[in-house]
Design a protein around this ligand. Sequence first.
Ligand code: HEM
Length: 509
Amino acid sequence: MQFIIPYDGALWPLLMALLSIWLMSTVVLFVYRITFHPLARFPGPKLPAMSYANEFWFDVVRGGRYTHEILRMHEKYGPIVRINPNELHCNDPTFVDVVYALDHDHHRRRNAAMSKCFSRSRIRQIEHLIHVNAQKLCDKVLARQNSAPFAIVQAYSCFTADIISHYCFGDSDCYLDQDDWEPNFRTLVDNFERNLHIFRHIPGLATLVERIPLILTNLFSTEMKTIAINFKVSIPRRVRRAMDLSFVSVGEVPTILSALLSSNLPPSEKTLRRLTGEAVSLMGGGTESTSATLVLLTFHLLSNPNHHKRLYDEISAITTNPLQLPDWKALEKLNFFSAVILECLRLLPGVSGRSPRIATHEDLIYEGKLFSGADSLAPSFSYTVPRGFPISMSTYILHTNETIFPNAKDFVPDRWLDENGNVNRELERYLLSFSKGSRQCIGRHLALCELYVCAAAMILRVFPFLKLYQTSRVDVDYDHDELIGKPSPQSNGVRVQVLDKFREPDVKS
Ligand code: HEM
């Protein structure tokens, strides 16, 4: 069959014609987006309203910096702005509950089987796993007395990876049992996070990396290759083993994969591919955010002897033997301890970028003041957010709102305590670390249990031997988004040195 193109054989005119058509349609699309598009009347600069180029520039080229740009848009245009052709962003804390009450039926159904594995009571049943690993972590850090300084994130991510791998597959990665901190799952997560914005802006890329034969991954960067090898070989191999075994448990509790395989999920949700996807997101979600929160806690306690002393005394008061800590339930009753954990969760935006939600069945009415804050005379206005369009809020922006959290960039655990010294639960409404609603973090209870138990063990057993090494605020302060909020790319992380002498935490004036 002959395919006939009506042109005289010269390639240039054809290319020019195609280019003109593409240019014209792009111009028409841009004009539509700022005139008749359902979001056209929302405030915001014209460039992001017309195309995704702005977001691409700040996130992909400048490395996860669109959140800063969104904050600038809010300062200029008010509490609700259009940040790309199809998405709105809100910077009004009073709207949190409305946005995150939006439900996602599909997500809820998919998560039902999984959320059983992460209920508070299930986590209490596997709590011994967390205690054992916390003590192992302390032993391993203490064994490095007078050795070279190291980045403490390595230690914490071995701890979190060992727990989630054990609970997921039934056999731990055993990173805490090896001589050094590397290799560990963090290297993979780090690679993935650094490339996250590219994956988000080029949606087919993730599928391509997943589908392409392993041999061809040599064409990609080493980072992409590591990701591909893990997603295509290592994790599927462990999932297949779990599928071959009939039942694996941690004590009395089934592992996550055993629980999913024996649940009433349809067979389409139990394929090797689906379960590998779940395992990847559990390993990723279960490793990085919790260890980063522990790093932040380590930095702030080692650089604030007053806080360290207060916490040391509070935990010691309910502990007879630091090698056998009180359980999570008892630890979370400690008010100052809880305040420190909440303050760390506030300052380290778990998923720092925006978490969009879509109202599928109803329009949302937003009523706000033109300028946020206490100015009751500021002009008020109302917007109808049309159904079907994402509206998002960003953890970092909300958590640094000066009206809710005065001196927001500072580490002030006492802000979480009321005048009686009890935790102010009302303020927790504005904590978006685990997100909210049907898409909130599934591992929330596991994360909290790990934070309390590991921090208690480190505070009593290890921090009195630890000293920060060439570390300052730059190494912890939020700079840009990867998946979690990250400090400046120039940072070497929070590094510590283990001394050979136990120093009782002391109050410095
Ligand atoms: C301090 C620790 C943690 C923080 C701050 C955190 C925060 C978050 C946030 C904000 C989300 C996104 C929700 C959204 O889509 O809007 C998320 C999702 C998720 N998290 Fe966590 N997380 C933490 C620890 C954990 C742990 C220990 C696990 C253990 C398995 C975990 C597993 C997951 C998974 C699987 C998802 C994806 C849920 C889904 O959309 O299917 N996270 N997390």
